[in-house]
Ligand binder design. Structure first.
Ligand code: ADP
Length: 396
């Protein structure tokens, strides 16, 4: 089957056309600056990559350009849209309604709309992407794969906040967690690499990218994760604060004469390692800065790593033990310093890093010592492939 995987952000759209038989990428690309002006970058495997400026007033226009690019006789990957057997859509928030991927129908769309309040920037964009595919490819099935679904197995003690219970009952305010597709994919792969049945394992997945989250996966099920009601919680990230004392919001608002919305914006866009370092949200820049003697870059990196370490300890406690850790996503796969610093002094938990093996970048590798009780692996994530697999499983 050929599956078109679509990931609509608030002003972007990433896509991959995947052949499920070989799990190979036939074409991929990105639409950027949707609603502003519009730019498409497309690569058909084996052909030259190109970028064009195109008018993209909305996500529907972007989807249309993507489909045109896929069937272009010279630069495209397929002869006609009929060759696309199904579309898989990444949906950010499924609330408590979706614990699994689903084939999209009118009822599902209504249920996703009902989660819009929980992800006001993302879910509406996701829905426009779905609507465009349904209109431009009538008859082709669409599948929704939710970032939150994998974490729906968390027990109430892990997802309940210490605020009046009526807010959960009335507004469904609770921990949901995100990056679920990646945590699911990577935990399964980690168990395979360890050569063990996932049902008998206690695993921690560190998905460290621009957005970062850690999950505790016990017996193949997510039992806790660092992100919360929204993706602002947990670790300090590229530009997001992660967990802070909630009273800080009011404090900054008073001192700087800002609204809650404005402070929220600072916590989302001007905080994290970017806000700490004053240099960059990119870990390549931060490590270069640290190596050049910039103390704020060092502090930003070390605050990040300290928090990773703290959650590893917390989740080992939550699961009553630990068998394996996976590092994944841009930072987890590429930044040896972060892995080393995050695991420093964790020998008491049976975690011993092999410093030589830890120099690996972007490929599957065992990075713990042979006698380490807990195996530590670098496991590259592949959210698009995971979405394609889910899609195939549902429409077959
Ligand atoms: P997103 O959440 O946007 O998908 P990614 O998983 O692509 O993010 O991760 C982006 C982060 O990964 C950036 O901070 C970047 O510095 C880091 N990163 C990506 N590639 C490398 C690399 N080769 N070396 C070090 N860091 C990298």
């Amino acid at each position: 089957m050929k599956v078109l995987v679509i990931n609509c952000g608030s002003s972007s759209l990433k896509y991959q056309l995947i052949d499920s038989a070989t799990e190979s990428v036939l074409a991929k690309g990105l639409c950027e600056r949707i609603t502003i002006d519009g730019r498409l970058t497309h690569t058909t495997t084996g052909k030259e990559k190109y970028t064009v400026d195109l008018d993209m007033p909305d996500h529907k226009a972007a989807v249309k350009y993507v489909l045109d690019a896929l069937v272009d006789p010279e630069t495209g990957a397929i002869g006609s849209l009929d060759e696309i057997d199904a579309c898989g859509h990444r949906i950010v928030h499924g609330g408590e309604k979706f614990a699994q991927s689903v084939v999209i129908n009118d009822e599902v769309i209504k249920a996703i709309e009902e989660c819009n309040d929980l992800a006001p920037l993302h879910n509406p964009a996701n829905l426009i992407g779905i609507d465009a595919c349904r209109k431009l490819m009538p008859g082709t099935p669409n599948v929704a794969v939710f970032d939150t679904a994998f974490h729906q197995t968390m027990p109430d003690v892990a997802y309940t906040y210490g605020i009046p219970y009526k807010y959960y009952e009335e507004y469904k305010i609770r921990r949901y967690g995100f990056h679920g597709t990646s945590h699911s994919f990577v935990s399964k792969r980690l168990a395979e690499l360890m050569g063990k049945d996932i049902r008998n394992l206690k695993l921690i997945v560190c998905h460290l990218g621009n957005g970062s989250s850690i999950s505790a996966v016990k017996g193949g099920k997510s039992v806790d994760t660092t992100m919360g009601l929204t993706p602002l919680a947990g670790l300090p990230m590229g530009t997001r604060s992660g967990d802070i004392d909630p009273a800080i919001i009011d404090f900054i608002a008073e001192k700087e004469n800002l609204s809650i919305k404005e402070v929220n914006n600072i916590l989302n866009k001007e905080s994290g390692v970017y806000g700490l370092s004053g240099v960059s949200s990119d870990f390549r820049d931060l490590t270069a800065g640290m190596e050049a003697g910039n103390d704020r870059c060092r502090l930003a990196l070390d605050v990040f790593c300290y928090n990773v370490k703290k959650y590893i300890g917390a989740y080992a406690a939550a699961m009553g033990g630990l068998d394996g850790i996976a590092f994944t996503a841009g930072i987890g796969e590429n930044t040896a310093y972060v892995r080393e610093k995050s695991l420093e002094d964790l020998g008491f938990l049976g975690i011993n890093l092999n410093n030589e093996a830890n120099s690996v970048r972007g490929e599957e590798a065992l990075i713990s010592t042979d006698d380490s009780k807990v195996q530590v692996w670098v496991v590259p994530t592949n959210e698009e492939l995971a979405i394609a697999r889910e899609t195939v499983a549902l429409v077959k």
